[in-house]
Design a protein around this ligand. Structure first.
Ligand SMILES: *Cc1c(COP(=O)(O)O)cnc(C)c1O
Length: 429
């Protein structure tokens, strides 16, 4: 069977394949640039592991309290070196990105303090963490106030109003690197650095935290290298490389990470406890693979952007823009478009390819959400996945792919399903 017949046997028509081939041929230079960034980041990770003398013994499991978990402590040292920070907390007990962000925020904020978001409304699940939407146990219930400054119409920081918003109560600024479910651009590490320098001039002791979800290894610098006091993310996104089955990380200045650790376990216990339960090898190996996995995901995102842009849909980022995270949004304008796209992604999966995703009311989100994920790890979005809140403008957020070839198959299948559903046609070209 040749390659084309192989694609056809998976359900991709030769019409879709021909169209996609023309697009792929225009992307060679971009893919090369992605590969050279991955090469740099691969060396960065290997260097950190060598410096920490990572060895077989670090993969051993601990149980119970997890005192003296050498593998866990060394892994945290590796993360600290990769992100160039004093300290790191990398734990399976951090159960998701939202949890890690909650721990970092609640560990570092006290009653009477104020939290500032310089990028407008934060990621959906943080609304309940902060108390923007009423919720039991929010920071608001603990007497932490919140203020946000919206972005300027061009998607950049509103420095003037940020300067005005910083006051004697402002303790933490939380910067969200990736756009999440918003249609603004994602910030580059350089832009984040400029903002941090700016606010530190106004208030030097302001803790600058970056929600780093989906941004790790997309650039060769991380936000902690341009002044962030903390960066936080999920191990079932970029830095877990698809192998981590659970977990989150908080890297940063020692006192900030320590305060988070006292919140994660208990005051007095901090980072000294927390068994790694045999997960260390997956964490190390996932981090090791992460730079190349992220490169594959980026190629998939750029491929999708160029295909759907060509078909007349609005895409963020556009087909030519520099990338700062792995997320691609495509606005279809109708629920049918969003649903067909997600069904195509699902149909390309190695796991659960036979199920048909439907919208549902997911905890933490304010509209029904449709999710396509045929993942080895439940909910993993470094694996090929797509999700969309079923509300205007009916945009789908597409990300991941453990390999470029799988990401490519996903994009081809999505296009196939859209054509079959009558949402778009290749004839208009
Ligand atoms: C995914 C994500 C989160 C939340 O992470 P979960 O692991 O889904 O809880 C927070 N912020 C951003 C920008 C994200 O992309």
């Amino acid at each position: 069977m040749d390659l084309e017949t192989m694609y056809q046997s998976l359900g991709v028509s030769s019409q879709v394949l021909d169209f996609a081939k023309k697009i792929e041929d225009t992307l060679k230079d971009r893919f090369e640039a992605i590969d050279s960034r991955a090469e740099y980041n691969q060396l960065k990770v290997v260097k950190a592991m060598q410096e920490c003398r990572v060895s077989d013994i670090h993969f051993a499991a601990t149980t119970g309290y997890g005192y003296n978990d050498l593998g866990r402590d060394t892994l945290e040292d590796v993360f600290a070196r990769v992100f160039q920070t004093e300290s790191a907390l990398v734990r399976p007990q951090l159960i998701s990105g939202t949890h890690a962000l909650h721990i970092a925020l609640s560990g570092n904020l006290r009653p009477g303090d104020e939290l500032l978001s310089p990028n407008g409304k934060p990621y959906d699940t943080l609304e309940e963490v902060i108390g923007i939407r009423e919720s039991v146990g929010s920071l608001k219930e603990y007497g932490v106030s919140y203020r946000q400054v919206d972005l300027l119409p061009d998607g950049t920081f509103d420095f003037e109003n940020i300067a005005r918003a910083v006051n004697e109560k402002t303790k933490v600024m939380t910067i969200q690197r990736s756009k999440g479910y918003a249609s603004r651009p994602t910030f580059s590490v350089e832009q984040i650095g400029e903002l941090i320098v700016f606010v530190k001039k106004i208030k030097p002791d302001l803790i600058c935290m970056v929600d780093n979800c989906y941004g790790e290894f997309v650039e060769t610098l991380e936000p902690t290298q341009v002044g962030a006091d903390m960066a936080v993310g999920s191990l079932i996104k970029n830095p877990g490389g698809g192998l981590a089955p659970i977990g989150g990380y908080i890297v940063g200045r020692k006192e900030c990470v320590d305060r988070a650790s006292f919140r994660l376990s208990a005051p007095g216990l901090g980072r000294e406890v927390g068994a790694s339960l045999g997960l260390n090898q997956s964490f190390y190996q996932g981090l090791f693979l992460s730079p190349t996995v992220v490169a594959g995901a980026l190629k998939g995102a750029i491929f999708a952007a160029n295909i759907y842009e060509k078909l007349g849909f609005s895409v963020v980022p556009d087909g030519r823009e520099e990338r700062h995270d792995i997320i691609q949004s495509v606005t279809f304008g109708t629920p049918e478009g969003v649903i067909a796209f997600c069904q195509g992604i699902q149909a390309a999966a190695p796991v659960d390819s036979f199920v048909t995703p439907e919208p549902w009311d997911m905890p933490g989100y304010d509209a029904p959400v449709i999710m396509a994920a045929g993942a080895f790890v439940q909910g993993s979005s470094i694996e090929l996945s797509a999700d969309a809140p079923i509300k205007p403008p009916y945009a789908v957020y597409f990300q991941g792919g453990l390999t470029w070839y799988h990401a490519k198959l996903g994009v081809l299948m999505s296009l196939q399903k859209l054509i079959e559903a009558g949402v778009c046609s290749l004839k208009i070209l």
